[in-house]
Design a protein. Structure first.
Ligand code: G6P
Ligand code: MN
Length: 445
């Protein structure tokens, strides 16, 4: 394969998902060659601990790539072709508050859904706007591939602030992860599954799973299987308990609404109360992920630093997040027109005619040198429309609350959010609490 090599910056490179992303990049290096890789994070200490592992890995597997580690944004964006964006504003510390504070009121605590997602969205919007402005100053044509959460809210905000910038793409790896899990059950290669899907981010449904070799829609077969088999992620052995419970709730949702296959994240909206009751307010996903993924990755990085070699150290691979990021960029860079589940604005109501024009919908679509081409889905049925319109109104009010520093809109947003259940007394309590905790990050008047 003879493909031109590219310059990529990873924004938020201090994430402990980065070493596995590096593994994906080196695995795909023939398909997506790298001239230069910039690892950028405003928190230098987070990069420092991973630097030796990353440097040794790149020297071993991709010595032709120039490597830059930096905490200077002016150095991070000059002349880049791609920005892979995975910043976490407020870090894991704030993720912990997002997950724990709503629980005080018996409301589900989650980093992207409900009040936790609201707080995280309010923290992320302005730094993301700043980043886009900076990137456009230094690299007007770069592709900005955003994985920063809550993608629904961040993506919607960017679509409002930069309405003509069609090189910003908001992506989520959850559908990818689910498709990989379907493929294992159906015993096919995940890349032979051509899905159809509709919804908003972390709020959608699979409607078809075409086998691109035979044309069969495999969804009916999968639905049959899931009637009496627990839905497990493809890598169940490596998953923490909370993720296994999450996948299992897909079975439960389908026992009520068997028509389509729901995204795992819908569990928080349907079963929020019981999830909140079963949660341990002293040990949420933030702690679980720290004790699991963070520890595993940081131990490996520390070992690499101590021995200054990769002896007895495995190459970490990003089976979901990392591979998807590279495949997405590859499809754009080399005009492959591969199908992914992607987000895009419902402009002209072309994708879902009975949803608002400004909704950031998520459907199947192709990625090519011209960017995202979302497949028109058609009208959604009343039940789904009701759910989605409510969710879109919540997302839109959240974005406006942030951009206008508007307390009233924030209160309206949270009152609409289904996990709160429509009671403004609860919404106000949670909002005031989150506002205090997030006072270094966001402000409402
Ligand atoms: C899925 C979602 C992402 C989210 C991640 C959290 O992949 O699509 O949006 O960031 O899960 O995973 P974690 O292991 O950090 O809880
Ligand atoms: Mn996601």
């Amino acid at each position: 394969m003879n493909r031109r090599s590219l310059t990529v910056t990873i924004v938020g490179a201090g994430s402990t998902r980065t070493p596995a992303l590096i593994g994906s990049l080196v695995n795909y290096k023939e398909r997506f060659p790298l001239k230069k890789l910039i690892l950028f994070d405003i928190d230098k200490s987070r990069i420092d601990v991973q630097e030796d592992y990353i440097r040794l890995t790149m020297e071993k597997y991709s010595p032709e790539t120039e490597l830059v580690f930096t905490d200077n944004e002016d150095e991070a964006y000059i002349g880049i072709d791609y920005a892979f964006v995975q910043m976490r504003v407020g870090g894991f510390e704030m993720r912990g508050y997002d997950e724990k504070n709503p629980l005080k009121y018996g409301i589900v605590g989650q980093e992207t859904c409900g009040p936790g997602g609201f707080a995280y969205g309010m923290r992320s919007i302005k730094p993301m706007i700043h980043m886009v402005e900076k990137i456009r100053q230094y690299a007007p044509d770069a592709w900005i591939l955003n994985y920063t959460n809550p993608a629904a809210i961040v993506g919607l905000a960017l679509s409002k602030v930069f309405p003509h910038d069609d090189r910003i793409l908001n992506m989520c790896d959850q559908p990818y992860s689910m498709i990989k899990s379907f493929a294992k059950i159906l015993d096919v290669d995940m890349h032979d599954i051509e899905p159809r899907y509709f919804g908003l981010n972390h709020f959608g449904w699979f409607t078809r799973l075409y086998n691109s070799k035979t044309g069969e829609d495999m969804l009916p077969r999968l639905k049959n299987y899931l009637v009496d088999h627990e839905f497990k992620p493809f890598n169940a052995e490596q998953r923490d308990q909370s993720w296994l419970d999450t996948y299992k709730n897909v079975n439960k949702m389908m026992s009520f609404f068997p028509e389509y296959l729901p995204n795992t994240y819908l569990q928080y909206y349907f079963f929020g109360d019981e999830i909140a009751k079963a949660s341990n307010p002293n040990y949420t996903r933030a702690e679980e992920a720290k004790a699991g993924r963070e520890k595993q990755v940081l131990d490996i990085c520390r070992k690499a630093t101590e021995q200054q070699s990769l002896d007895d150290i495995p190459l970490l691979i990003g089976e979901v997040h990392g591979n998807m990021m590279v495949e997405v960029a590859e499809s754009i860079a080399f005009d492959l027109k591969k199908v992914f589940i992607i987000m895009g604005v419902n402009k002209g109501r072309k994708i879902i005619p009975n949803m608002p024009e400004d909704a950031l919908v998520e459907v199947a679509g192709e990625l090519s040198k011209d960017g995202a081409k979302l497949y028109p889905y058609g009208e959604v049925k009343t039940f789904y429309k009701g759910l989605m319109e409510n969710q879109h109104a919540y997302e839109k009010l959240t974005v406006e609350a942030c951009l206008e520093s508007n307390y009233q809109k924030a209160l309206e947003a949270l009152t609409l959010n289904r996990v709160i259940g429509g009671n403004p007394v609860d919404a106000k309590k949670v909002l005031d609490d989150l506002m205090e905790i997030n006072k270094d990050f966001w402000y409402l008047k």
